[in-house]
Design a protein. Sequence first.
Length: 181
Amino acid sequence: MNLWWLITSSVHCSYDELKRRQCVALGWAEIGSLEKYLKDKPGWERQFKTLVQVRGNLAYARDKRWTETASALSGVPSLLWSLLQMRAGDFVVVMESGNQLTLGRLEVRGITQLTEDGMTSYSFEEGVHHAHQISKGLTWVDWDRAHLGELEMPKQSFFSLLQDNEQLETVKLAWEQRTQR
């Protein structure tokens, strides 16, 4: 069981949108569906990342965000690979920036527990910014600061998605308390 941290923004894909769609999702929709590239076999990670990089280079040739992200932290291919490596039972904490509630700060908005593995539950939703999604049918629970307090953010900086288990027990306890109501 792992804890994943996902950053969203009210501009591209808000926490409320993830709740409505009942999934975990990442952007870069112009890459297109990755379903035909999904293989859960040893040594496939490098080929998958290369395919995503090539598709992204073609789709985002003139987009500065792609080139900056592609070079930072091994880029979007690694983010999408991480999404696919999530497992049933893992927890996801969503942090959001840019809405009226957070006043531009990054704050924890909600948590969920995955019901399916990322590799087997991946789908591509045409027409939305965060089109790469997993674990459709999730229940999201709002983070209640009044009862649960502030959740300590990961110490490591990251872009969009990070596995960091330091707060796993706190999130697990909060999930149990909120879902037993």
